[in-house]
Design a protein around this ligand. Structure first.
Ligand code: SF4
Ligand code: URA
Length: 195
């Protein structure tokens, strides 16, 4: 079975998953979207209202910011892969519980192994914590590590992890918009260096 087929099968499995209690509460699971061949993978936290309605990641207000940031460095969302640590919406958009992350994260791990991105961008501190711990790094405050590059070894070669603020931060702390834009410029630079 080729990688595309494995990823599609995985998405079908996620859509039917009942491994944690969020499965009963969702309208749609949100496996992820974008290019399976992308060098870049964005990892958010969990679906919100609109993501749950549409079954797609980052299609609400935070998603508009993400699109704007991508456009700023000449990328379209179809060219990157976007997903979340937890694939079903937590009620009232609360933070996912540790047990929900534990139940769900093997899907993300498989997506990473199949897509084999060169750069993983955790969006927000929960995603940053999961990804940094997964690759053996100490977790530091997002205010300190956003826009920094961590080099990690995987079975499929060297990858880079660049944590960023969650795009929603721009909505409630507009003064951080420039910093988020600066981080995207750093991502563009890294991408140019890799190609
Ligand atoms: Fe399954 Fe993840 Fe949804 Fe829980 S959140 S039901 S583990 S897909
Ligand atoms: N916030 C997230 O972390 N993920 C989404 O898909 C949407 C909003």
């Amino acid at each position: 079975m080729g990688k595309e087929e494995q990823l599609r099968k995985l998405e079908e499995k996620i859509k039917k998953c009942q491994k944690c209690s969020l499965g009963k509460l969702r309208t749609n699971a949100v496996p992820g979207s974008g290019s399976y061949n992308s060098k870049i993978m964005f990892v958010g936290e969990a679906p919100g209202y609109w993501e749950d309605q549409k079954g797609l990641p980052f299609v609400g207000r935070a998603g508009k910011i993400l699109d704007e940031m991508l456009k700023g460095i000449g990328l379209k969302r179809e060219e990157v892969y976007i997903t979340n640590i937890v694939k079903c919406r937590p009620p009232e958009n609360r933070d996912p519980y540790e047990e929900e992350i534990k139940a769900c994260s093997s899907y993300l791990d498989l997506q990473i192994d199949l897509i084999r991105p060169k750069i993983i961008i955790p969006l927000g501190r929960h995603s940053m914590r999961y990804i940094l711990e997964k690759f053996g790094f100490n977790v530091e405050p997002i205010s300190r590590v956003h826009g920094k590059t961590f080099e990690a070894r995987t079975l499929f070669g060297k990858i880079y992890i660049m944590p960023m603020y969650h795009p929603a931060v721009v909505l409630y702390r507009p003064q951080l918009k420039e910093e988020v834009q600066e981080d995207f410029k750093k991502l563009k630079k890294l991408l140019d260096e890799l190609s």
